[in-house]
Design a protein around this ligand. Structure first.
Ligand code: NAP
Length: 298
C-alpha cells in the first residue's frame, strides 16, 4: 500500500497522523479547505487537493489512485451560518467520503469517531458521531473505527486551555462537581494506531476505544497540570451547573466563551474505556498521564 487519502489533516490530530504515516513510509494526499493550506507547513512533502467534505461532487476524483482513506474531520463547535453543524459535518460529511471512496474503488477506510458515541446519547456531538459510525458499518468498505477519549499533546485545545487557566488565574473554574472521569490519550499514540491499522488486516471491521492508562476526574487532571507546571496547588472554584446552563445557552456563540451547551452535556458524563485491546493490537506502550502532561508542558 502506498498512497493514503486523509481528511482533517490540518487539525491537531491530523497533523500527528500525517507525521505517523510519513514515518511509516506512506505517501499522503490531503483534502484541504481553501485557506487552510498554511496549517500543513512543516509536514514535509504531501499531495494536496482543495475541497470540503460537504461538497460531494468531485471527491471520488480526489480519492482516485489512493489505496486507503483516513477520515478525521470533525467539529466540537458548530457554526450554523457556515453550514457547519454536527449533522452535516459528522454524518453527511462521512457519508460523502465513504460514497466517494467506494466510487473511487478504495476498500480500506479508517474512521475517527469519539468515545461516548452511541445511540440516544445526550449530546448531538455523540449522536451524530454514532450516525456516522452506522453509515461506515453499512458501507461495505474494509473499515476500522477509533473512538478516543480526550486527545492531548502540544497544540491541543483542551489541556492547553486548562494549563493557561492554571498559569494565569488565582482560582481555576471547575464546571459542576468536576468528579466525572476522562481518560486523556497522547496524540502520538492515536496517530500510531491509525498508521498501524493500515498494515494490520486483522483490524478490519473492528472498533477500538482509545484512552490513556489513567482515568482521572477534572479535579485530578487540574492537579496533574499544576504539578507539571511546578505548582504546589491549583486552587479551584466550582461553578454550579444550574448557573452554567443558562449562561452557556446565551453566551456560547461568543468567540471567547469556553464551552457550548453540547460540551456541557458531555462534561456531565464519564468518558472512560478499557484501552487494553488498542494498546495490544498496535503494540503501543501506554504513557502515564503525569509523564505525558509533563512532557507536553515542559
Ligand atoms: N481532540 C480530541 O480530544 C478528540 C477526541 C476524540 C475525537 N476527536 C475527533 O478527532 C477528529 C480531529 O479532531 P481535532 O482535535 O484534530 O480537531 P481540529 O483540530 O479542529 O481539526 C478538525 C479538522 O477538520 C477539518 N474540517 C472541518 N470541517 C471540514 C469540512 N467541512 N471539510 C473539510 N475539512 C473540514 C479542519 O479543517 P480546517 O483546517 O480547514 O478547519 C481540520 O483539519 C475529529 O473528528 C474529532 O471529533 C478529537
Amino acid at each position: 500500500m502506498q498512497r493514503v487519502f486523509v481528511t482533517g489533516a490540518t487539525g491537531f490530530v491530523g497533523r500527528a497522523v500525517i507525521q505517523g504515516l510519513r514515518a511509516d513510509g506512506y505517501t499522503v494526499r490531503c483534502l484541504v479547505r481553501r485557506g487552510s493550506e498554511r496549517d500543513l507547513r512543516g509536514l514535509g512533502a504531501i499531495e494536496r487537493v482543495e475541497g470540503d467534505v460537504l461538497v460531494r461532487r468531485g471527491l471520488e476524483d480526489d480519492i482516485a489512485g489512493c489505496q486507503a482513506v483516513i477520515h478525521l474531520v470533525g467539529i466540537i463547535r458548530e457554526h450554523p451560518a457556515a453550514a457547519s453543524t454536527f449533522e452535516l459535518v459528522h454524518t453527511q460529511g462521512t457519508i460523502n467520503i465513504i460514497e466517494a471512496a467506494a466510487m473511487a474503488g478504495v476498500r480500506r477506510y479508517l474512521h475517527m469517531s469519539a468515545l461516548g458515541a452511541r445511540p440516544g446519547a445526550r449530546s448531538r456531538y455523540h449522536r451524530t458521531k454514532w450516525a456516522a459510525e452506522e453509515a461506515v458499518r453499512a458501507s461495505g468498505l474494509g473499515w476500522t473505527i477509533f473512538r478516543p477519549s480526550v486527545i492531548y499533546g502540544r497544540g491541543d485545545a483542551f489541556i492547553t486551555m486548562l494549563a493557561q487557566l492554571a498559569r494565569r488565574l488565582p482560582l481555576v473554574p471547575v464546571i459542576g462537581s468536576g468528579r466525572q472521569r476522562l481518560q486523556p490519550v497522547p496524540v502520538e499514540d492515536v496517530a500510531e494506531g491509525f498508521a498501524g491499522a493500515l498494515a494490520l488486516p486483522g483490524t478490519e471491521k473492528q472498533t477500538y476505544e482509545v484512552g490513556g492508562p489513567d482515568a482521572v476526574t477534572m479535579i485530578e487532571l487540574l492537579d496533574l497540570i499544576g504539578a507539571a507546571l511546578g505548582r504546589r496547588r491549583v486552587r479551584k472554584v466550582h461553578i454550579p451547573l444550574s448557573l452554567m446552563r443558562p449562561l452557556t445557552r446565551v453566551l456560547h456563540p461568543l468567540p471567547g466563551f469556553p464551552v457550548t451547551p453540547d460540551q456541557l452535556l458531555m462534561l456531565q458524563e464519564d468518558n472512560v474505556c478499557d484501552p487494553a485491546p488498542f494498546y495490544s493490537t498496535f503494540g503501543i506502550r501506554p504513557v502515564r498521564l503525569a509523564t505525558g502532561i509533563g512532557r507536553m508542558l515542559e
